[in-house]
Design a binder for this molecule. Structure first.
Ligand code: AMP
Ligand code: MG
Length: 271
């Protein structure tokens, strides 16, 4: 199946109920092996497009990954971006804000680390935490967080107007799938380091998070910076869909290798 990114894009202002999106969805594929060839081809295209992005240096690409604990943000970075040139890519993980970060506006720490032209920047979590965990736990008063949706849209629009392409992926897993993934981490000594008390604590707020995500998808999927809901129970399908979306978007930039700034024929023959 040729996957169409427009099928999983959230239309601006569209009412979103996450129950309508099944995390188990794998299109017409039943197993990983059926996607290997397509994914390999996409990886090759991604590598070429990244080279072009870097050479042309007219655009930056910002990829935002959000989702519940164990949804696969780290795995996506490893599998989707693993094949590209590390020189052209920066990954930033957003943790609990430091005192220094909290003493500024919530977008300060994000703006500081957006990718420069020619580069791909990946946000592992992002400024959206400030309307997700912050909203679920009332870490700031409602009048403060409720203004942030508009502030985020304005911020992202400014980035886009200045040459950054913004893609936002919500990695949608089911609560049962999270349980299975947490259990497998607990049963595997090599994965114990990944288990945090907060994973179990936040799981108890699952429904609150789903509602908070629905508001994010509804209010912050914009023409200039769309949200994609990625069916993420099956890791291989998640990887395929995300890679497809990135390749599709980069192709639309119609990038070209820049003309040489000097007459390179003058250097030939090389002595
Ligand atoms: P991890 O991604 O597993 O390393 O965990 C990072 C933790 O930092 C998560 O529990 C996030 O919810 C939390 N976090 C990230 N940004 C914020 C924020 N702005 N306010 C509060 N907690 C945050
Ligand atoms: Mg974690």
């Amino acid at each position: 199946m040729e996957l169409k990114p427009e099928n999983i894009i959230v239309n601006p202002g569209e009412f979103v109920s996450l129950d309508d999106y099944t995390p188990e969805y794998t299109g017409t594929y039943q197993k990983k092996g059926q996607t290997t060839k397509r994914l390999k081809k996409l990886h090759k295209q991604l590598l070429e497009l990244q080279g072009l992005l870097y050479a042309e240096s007219q655009h930056a690409l910002l990829i935002i990954l959000q989702g519940m604990d164990t949804c696969g943000k780290d795995g996506t970075i490893r599998r989707v971006m693993g094949g590209i040139n590390v020189q052209g890519c920066d990954v930033v993980s957003f943790k609990v804000p430091t005192a220094d970060e909290l003493s500024r506006d919530f977008l300060w720490r994000a703006h500081k680390v957006v990718p420069s032209k020619g580069k791909i920047g990946i946000f592992n979590r992002s400024h959206y935490e400030d309307v997700l965990v912050v909203r679920v736990h009332n870490l700031v008063p409602e009048p403060v967080w409720s203004q942030r949706y508009q502030q985020i849209n304005d911020f992202e629009r400014m980035l886009v107007e200045n040459g950054t392409v913004v893609l936002k992926f919500f990695l949608h897993i089911s609560k049962d799938e999270q349980k299975a993934r947490l259990e497998s981490r607990i049963n595997d000594p090599t994965k114990h380091w990944k288990v945090e008390a907060s994973d179990i604590r936040e799981r108890a707020y699952w429904e609150d998070y789903m509602r908070a995500y629905e508001v994010v998808l509804q209010r912050c999927s914009t023409d200039w910076a769309p949200w994609y809901v990625i069916p993420a129970n099956k890791k291989w399908y998640r990887n395929l869909v995300i890679t497809e979306c990135i390749v599709d978007r980069l192709k639309k930039l119609n990038m070209k290798y820049p003309e040489p700034a000097i007459d390179i024929t003058k250097f030939y023959p090389i002595r």
